[in-house]
Structures are given as structure tokens and as C-alpha cells.
Design a protein around this ligand. Structure first.
Ligand code: AMP
Length: 298
């Protein structure tokens, strides 16, 4: 079983072409929906009294929501962001932490022996607290982002030290170390403790650092980009979901996990919010995987 902890949000996303308000988002939502294509997935987090019943239903159809707390007093985490014309640069307009700021994590007894834990981007101290609730996970992967790196860098470093792998995007890796070279960033991430680090570069693909080697992978080519929100989380969910099906963690399984991460990331960006992710099936993933492999055989 995989447990995913992170934000379950209402997102307001503004692109030059379209704006969607208070749609289902959040790092745990994207990551768990993506992972649910690979493994039985449970979600841990909190929402407020304003969280629409239809979104609850949508999550429930995909993942185990017994770890979801619904606050009767507070409001759901709300993230408001805008994208530039080329849809590659995001500006945060507002981050309203609301219910997540005082969240005391608990997990149902059934989750305690989860073998796989994904700490999606969230308050790093809360991530570390949640981790203590699991008995002995086989694989722990985390993510983080600029907000936490700028506000809570020391905790972010401590969290990275406690995981087996980290996935983050290029600008965040550079910000974390004040370093311009991504290979150096990947090596620095590894030096904190994790066995592997993945740095995502959007349409330029991703870079894996494992066992002292670098493995770059181009992105899955997709011509439709509507909303890049959640690409990283969808990548992360697929990455750990795929690994949960493998016997060994080695360069081969990690490279394949990157392919699945890129595939789910490519689906996520093709529509607003989680819309595309909830409309694909195993065949769609398989077809994209075959096409992706073909690109590398010459
Ligand atoms: P991504 O595009 O993969 O980096 O993640 C997008 C998701 O992150 C959105 O759905 C937001 O709700 C969520 N998010 C934004 N800011 C934060 C934050 N500071 N902590 C946790 N989640 C966040």
C-alpha cells in the first residue's frame, strides 16, 4: 500500500487563455490520483468545511480517503497562481494555508504498515511528523517547493535527510543550494542522504542521480499544454507507484519509474486541474509508454 501525504487544495489557476477558480488541486490530490493507476493508494491530509462534496466523491472513487480529515471550522488550503504566455513560468499570487497551518497529523491504523510513503510538497515539519506514524516503510520519497525552501530551509534539509529519494524541479533545486548547475544540485541532494534524486526540467525532461551516475531523460513530447499545475506531483505519484510494483530498486527500475513519471506528467498538463488525469485508463498509459520507448530505439 502507498500512503500519500500533502495538500488537498482548492486551486485558482490563471493562464493567458483561461482561468479556473477553486478547482480540486493540491500536491496530494495529483500525486495520489496519478499513483492510483499503479498501486492501492491512500491519501492523508486535511480539508475545510468549504471542500465540495463532489471533490470528496471524486477522490473517494480513486483512493482510500480514510486518512482525510475534514475540519468543521477552517477553510481548505487555497493556492492562486498565474502562468506566463509560454506556460512555463508560474507566479504565486496567494498561498492561503488555512486548515493546513495547525494540522496535527493522524493516520488510520490500517495505514501504519504502508510499505510506500510519498511526502508530497507540504510543510516539511509536518512531513517529518507524519513519517513517524508509519511503522517501517520500505521506500519514502519526498518533494518540496520554493515556498518551503524560502521560509523553512533548515527543515527542508532535515526532511531530505530522512527519505530514500527526492523529486523536485530545476528552479527549486537551484534555489535550495544557490547553485546554477543542475548536475551539481543533484549531487548535493544525494550528499544530504537520499539514495537517489530526480530533478524535473518541465518540457526539457528530467535528470536522475543514482549510485554516483547521472541519467537524463527527455520529456514525453506533448503538443497540448493547457495547465502545467500538478505535473510534478503527477510525476511523483507515478514514479513511486511504478516502483512499488518492482522487486528491486536499481538504475533500471528508477529509469522506468522516470518514464512513467514523465508520462503521467504529460497527461496532467493536457487539461485544467485534475481533469485529464481522471479521464485516462491503463491502455492510455501503456500506449504512451510504448511510444516513448520507440523514441529511444534507433
Ligand atoms: P506542482 O504544479 O506539481 O508544483 O504543484 C501544484 C500544486 O501545489 C497545486 O495544486 C497547489 O495546490 C499546491 N501547492 C501550491 N503551493 C503549495 C505549498 N506551499 N505547499 C504545498 N502545496 C502547494
Amino acid at each position: 500500500m502507498l500512503s500519500v501525504f500533502g495538500t488537498i487544495a482548492l486551486d485558482t489557476t490563471r493562464t493567458p487563455f483561461h482561468t479556473i477558480e477553486r478547482t480540486l488541486g493540491g500536491t496530494a490530490s495529483f500525486a495520489s490520483i496519478s499513483a492510483s493507476n499503479y498501486v492501492f493508494t491512500s491519501i492523508v491530509g486535511i480539508v475545510g468545511h468549504d471542500f465540495p462534496a463532489s471533490y470528496l466523491e471524486l477522490l473517494k472513487n480513486r483512493v482510500d480517503i480514510r486518512g482525510l480529515t475534514i475540519s468543521q471550522t477552517g477553510k481548505t488550503f487555497h493556492y492562486d497562481s498565474s502562468f506566463s504566455y509560454d506556460l512555463s513560468k508560474r507566479t504565486t499570487n496567494k498561498t492561503e494555508l488555512n486548515v493546513i497551518s495547525n494540522y496535527q497529523s493522524t493516520i488510520p491504523e490500517e495505514y501504519v504498515d504502508s510499505e510506500y510513503v510519498y511526502l508530497a510538497n507540504n510543510d516539511p515539519s509536518q512531513n517529518m511528523n507524519v513519517l513517524k506514524l508509519f511503522s517501517k516503510p520500505k521506500l519514502i520519497i519526498c518533494d518540496t517547493m520554493d515556498f518551503w525552501i524560502m521560509n523553512r530551509r533548515d527543515e527542508v534539509i532535515k526532511m531530505i535527510n530522512k527519505v530514500d529519494g527526492i523529486i523536485l524541479n530545476e528552479s527549486e533545486a537551484k534555489l535550495l543550494f544557490k547553485e546554477s548547475n543542475i548536475f551539481t544540485c543533484a549531487r548535493l541532494l544525494g550528499s544530504i542522504g537520499p539514495a537517489f534524486a530526480v530533478i524535473n526540467k518541465g518540457e526539457n525532461g528530467s535528470l536522475l542521480f543514482y549510485d554516483n551516475e547521472f541519467y537524463p531523460l527527455p520529456a514525453y513530447p506533448t503538443e497540448i499544454i493547457r495547465d502545467p499545475t500538478g505535473a510534478g506531483d503527477s510525476f511523483g505519484g507515478a514514479f513511486i507507484g511504478y516502483l512499488s510494483q518492482q522487486e528491486k530498486l536499481d538504475s533500471k527500475s528508477l529509469k522506468n519509474a522516470m518514464m512513467h513519471g514523465n508520462i503521467m506528467g504529460s497527461f496532467a498538463i493536457e487539461d485544467y486541474g485534475i481533469q485529464k488525469l481522471v479521464n485516462i485508463n491503463a491502455d492510455d498509459i501503456k500506449n504512451r509508454y510504448e511510444k516513448y520507448k520507440e523514441i529511444f530505439s534507433f
